[in-house]
Design a protein around this ligand. Structure first.
Ligand code: SF4
Ligand code: SF4
Length: 170
C-alpha cells in the first residue's frame, strides 16, 4: 500500500515523537517496554495483551500505541505478540555500566544463554558484542522467541537484534 511501510526502519525523528517510548528516567529505573511502532496501521494486539493496561491504542485502531511507563512492569509479554516486531524491553539499571535489551527473534538456530553474539541495530548493522542472558519461547508465541542481550548501557538505545547464527550443517 503506497505510503504505508510495515517493515521500514524508523527515523530518528519518528522515534523522538513516538508515544510508545519510555523516558530516560524510567529506563534507568529498570525493565520497561519500548514500543517503537511509528506507522499508523490498523493493529492493536499490544493493547489487549498487556496485563497491566500499560499500552493504549484506543478506538481509532490506526492510532500509534501509547505507553504509560508508570504502569509497565517490563514483563515482556508484548514483545513476541507484536506482529510488527516493534516492541522491545530495555533496562538501563544494571550495575557496571551494563544494560539489557529484549527483542523478538525468528531465526533458527536460537542462541543459548551465555553465548557471546554480535548485537545489531535497527538497520541490521553491527553495534557491539552482547551476552545472551535469556531465550524465551512461550507456547503462545508461535515462531517468535524473545532474546535478552546484555550490552554496554550506552548501546541500549541502538541494539535491537542480533546477527543470525550459522546453521548447523553437520
Ligand atoms: S512489558 Fe508487560 S507491562 Fe510492559 S507494556 Fe509489555 S506487556 Fe505491558
Ligand atoms: S501490536 Fe505491534 S505493530 Fe501492532 S499496534 Fe501494537 S506495537 Fe504496533
Amino acid at each position: 500500500m503506497e505510503g504505508v511501510k510495515y517493515t521500514g526502519i524508523p527515523s530518528a525523528e519518528e522515534l523522538a515523537n513516538c508515544p510508545g517510548r519510555p523516558s530516560e528516567e524510567r529506563m534507568k529505573k529498570g525493565r520497561v517496554a519500548c514500543v517503537e511502532c511509528v506507522q499508523e496501521i490498523p493493529c492493536n494486539p499490544c493493547e489487549g495483551i498487556c496485563p497491566f493496561h500499560a499500552i493504549t491504542v484506543g478506538d481509532q485502531i490506526t492510532n500509534l500505541p501509547h505507553l504509560d511507563e508508570s504502569k509497565c512492569t517490563g514483563c515482556g509479554l508484548c514483545v513476541a505478540n507484536c506482529p510488527g516486531l516493534a516492541i522491545f524491553v530495555v533496562d538501563k539499571s544494571l550495575d557496571g555500566g551494563q544494560g539489557t535489551v529484549d527483542f523478538p527473534f525468528e531465526y533458527l538456530p536460537l542462541p543459548q544463554k551465555g553465548d557471546e553474539v554480535d548485537a545489531v541495530g535497527r538497520d541490521g548493522q553491527f553495534v557491539c558484542k552482547g551476552t545472551v542472558m535469556a531465550v524465551t519461547k512461550a507456547k503462545n508465541y508461535g515462531g517468535t522467541a524473545v532474546v535478552r542481550l546484555k550490552v554496554p548501557v550506552e548501546y541500549v538505545d541502538q541494539v535491537r537484534s542480533m546477527k543470525r547464527l550459522p546453521r548447523d550443517v553437520g
